[in-house]
Design a protein around this ligand. Sequence first.
Ligand SMILES: NC(=O)C1=CN([C@@H]2O[C@H](COP(=O)(O)OP(=O)(O)OC[C@H]3O[C@@H](n4cnc5c(N)ncnc54)[C@H](O)[C@@H]3O)[C@@H](O)[C@H]2O)C=CC1
Ligand SMILES: O=C(O)[C@H]1O[C@H](OP(=O)(O)OP(=O)(O)OC[C@H]2O[C@@H](n3ccc(=O)[nH]c3=O)[C@H](O)[C@@H]2O)[C@H](O)[C@@H](O)[C@@H]1O
Length: 436
Amino acid sequence: MKIAVVGTGYVGLVTGTCLAETGNHVTCVDINVKKVEAMKNGQLPIYEPGLELLFHRNIKQDRLFFTSDLAAAIEDAKIIFLALPTPPGADGAADLSYVLGAGADIAKLLKEYKVIVTKSTVPVGTADKLTAVLKANTDVEFAVVSNPEFLREGVAVDDFMKPDRVVVGTTDERARKLMGELYGPYVRQGNPIIFMDERSSELTKYAANSFLATKISFMNEIANLCELVGADVDMIRKGIGSDERIGKRFLFSGIGYGGSCFPKDVQALAKASEENKYDFKILNAVMDVNTIQKSVLVEKVKNYFKGDLKGKKFALWGLAFKPETDDIREAPALYIIDDLLKAGATVAAFDPEGMKNVKELLGDTISYGDNQYDVLKDADALLIVTEWSVFRTPDLDQVGSLLKNKVIFDGRNLYDLQKMIDCGFYYNSIGRKIVS
Ligand SMILES: NC(=O)C1=CN([C@@H]2O[C@H](COP(=O)(O)OP(=O)(O)OC[C@H]3O[C@@H](n4cnc5c(N)ncnc54)[C@H](O)[C@@H]3O)[C@@H](O)[C@H]2O)C=CC1
Ligand SMILES: O=C(O)[C@H]1O[C@H](OP(=O)(O)OP(=O)(O)OC[C@H]2O[C@@H](n3ccc(=O)[nH]c3=O)[C@H](O)[C@@H]2O)[C@H](O)[C@@H](O)[C@@H]1O
């Protein structure tokens, strides 16, 4: 099938590449001309495990194309995916200007029936708004479909190729058939394509992200309570996670959820509820807990150093908002760095993939290491911020000998408490006993 994907960010590029992988002819279009040129030259603009292989294979086999010309991209496409940004506006509501703007541009180019799909995360009622924009600009028939994306960065290719489910919101029979045909190869493992109306589909996406964010904030509160009562949050996680009704996944306490989606989507759902005069109490608590949680690690550092961080040097392991990505949008590391710098400390950081983006944002306000040990030299303490695999079994003798003090603050609970005692570290993690 001929497909166009508008917007080639984390979602658009993964969607386009994975759709090409099952034999579709996919043209990706982006307004960022530099990015398009780079992709045409075989350069991936993002780090996403497993993507590179499929990207090169599908370009080579003439199934994946890049352009900045919208008209050329959509000319023969039966389905047009919109994978455009929906950032928070000043009031927290999702900014639909990219999606609706692209809708108007597409409408003016329509010559025959096409299906226009919102892959972006959009609030309830967007399909209606998009339909109205298209209708105002064309007499040609079309269908607007909601098809939210549930992929996670870092495992995006796997999530797209083997989704737990595909949600398709449409009341148009032709569109339903085309979407069913397109997604057939991805749901062969027996996972469903769930068809529903557009509004339910749009809300499903926000409900999913907000529920997951709620799980995280709940566990972060349990962790904070554990520290007060002398319990261990990892034991609680195991204890409740083995109940199938609760489930093992997404129960890791830490330093607050980050990334380009949870913070913005929880906020957007709260705003949409408010606009509909519904007081969604849980969401407000989820956001409040997350704001506090982003500062717990630095609070621990301040307590240890009795409030005086001036002139101290801190080593940071991890900058990306999660492992296996270079994405630093709303990364807890950025909040931690800001707090440390404001307190008069200096920061030396290492991240396997996130340093380029942080350098662009923060320049030389912090220093960067070539590897994880580089940054430890003469540091007053090590802070673990992102749980990259490479940080899980470090050479603790080397860590201890490079640091000025054998002090670790761990926002991701990577190490066994007894091991840290045996190695002679002061070790302060989340929701567990402080050991020294
Ligand atoms: N990043 C993620 O893991 C997920 C994101 N989403 C949602 O998908 C949407 C896109 O997110 P990302 O891919 O992360 O965004 P992104 O910011 O990485 O990519 C957006 C792309 O759209 C391009 N663009 C902007 N205006 C354009 C226009 N008029 N025409 C063509 N291209 C244009 C930008 O140059 C950029 O390359 C958002 O609504 C997000 O909430 C949904 C699931 C997962
Ligand atoms: O809409 C989106 O953009 C995507 O948002 C999340 O995916 P992503 O942001 O890539 O990453 P997650 O693995 O969900 O992690 C999000 C944040 O929660 C934190 N987290 C996650 C899990 C956990 O147990 N504890 C925890 O603190 C992570 O450290 C990270 O900061 C969802 O998991 C995807 O299903 C969704 O498609």
